[in-house]
Design a protein around this ligand. Structure first.
Ligand SMILES: Cc1ncc(COP(=O)(O)OP(=O)(O)O)c(N)n1
Ligand SMILES: Cc1nc(C(=O)O)sc1CCOP(=O)(O)O
Ligand SMILES: [Mg+2]
Length: 198
């Protein structure tokens, strides 16, 4: 299965309700700080929307809920890997994307046979505080050389204008949050992303 080259990330299913009709084909639901019933409700709604629109849904962090709700994909960071039951996740048939930021993290990720590897932040990100300032495009090329055919996701400070450089450097997929959600017209921005990546 080939993942779409445009990978928007939203923090609430209401974003997905708005953006699904525009034609996105891949999305991550990255909800933070919500009680479990709310998480469960949002993931279930996202699953229905994605099924009806032919969108691949990737659930961030909540691997148990993703398993319970029979989702297909999860995204895990290094701290998530510390607590995730990888054997159970694989038994459930879930596909997995893993975040990486340095060589040790990449080696650890590759040990889990990931379905994609994310490298970030490629550019400075305003979304969250991170110990890495910016990795740069050269590191994307280095990562692509190391992971070969495993899809490589570029994340962190990505924009429509920066996407071509990331693809040229070796990314297969480009992911973005604030370039869309903080834009004056998020719908227009998603349309621009779709034009730039199709
Ligand atoms: C595509 C993608 N790449 C990286 C991340 C970050 O995951 P993580 O390090 O676990 O941090 P949180 O997003 O959970 O704060 C991601 N979510 N998606
Ligand atoms: C959630 C996340 N993870 C990152 C990583 O490097 O692992 S960067 C990032 C934030 C992405 O948001 P924006 O597109 O607004 O910069
Ligand atoms: Mg996480």
């Amino acid at each position: 299965m080939t993942l779409d080259r445009f990978y928007p990330i939203f923090d609430d299913v209401r974003w997905l309700e708005r953006m699904a009709p525009l034609g996105i084909k891949l999305v991550q639901l990255r909800i933070k700080d919500q009680p479990e019933p709310e998480l469960r409700d949002q993931i279930a709604k996202a699953k229905t929307i994605c099924q009806n629109s032919g969108i691949t849904l990737i659930v961030n962090d909540y691997w148990k809920l993703a398993m319970d709700l029979d989702c297909d994909w999860i995204h895990l960071g290094q701290e998530d890997l510390d607590v995730a039951d990888m054997a159970a996740i694989r038994r459930a048939g879930l596909r997995i994307g893993i975040s990486t930021h340095d060589r040790d993290e990449l080696d650890r990720a590759l040990g889990h046979d990931p379905d994609y590897v994310a490298l970030g932040p490629i550019y400075p990100t305003k979304l969250k505080k991170m110990k890495w300032h910016q990795q740069g495009l050269e590191k994307l090329s280095e990562w692509k050389g190391l992971i070969g055919d495993i899809p490589l996701v570029a994340i962190g400070g990505m924009s429509v204008e920066r996407a071509p450089g990331a693809f040229e450097a070796g990314a297969d997929i480009v992911s973005a949050v604030t370039d869309i959600t903080w834009h004056d017209s998020p719908e227009d921005r998603v349309r621009a992303w779709l034009d730039a990546t199709r």
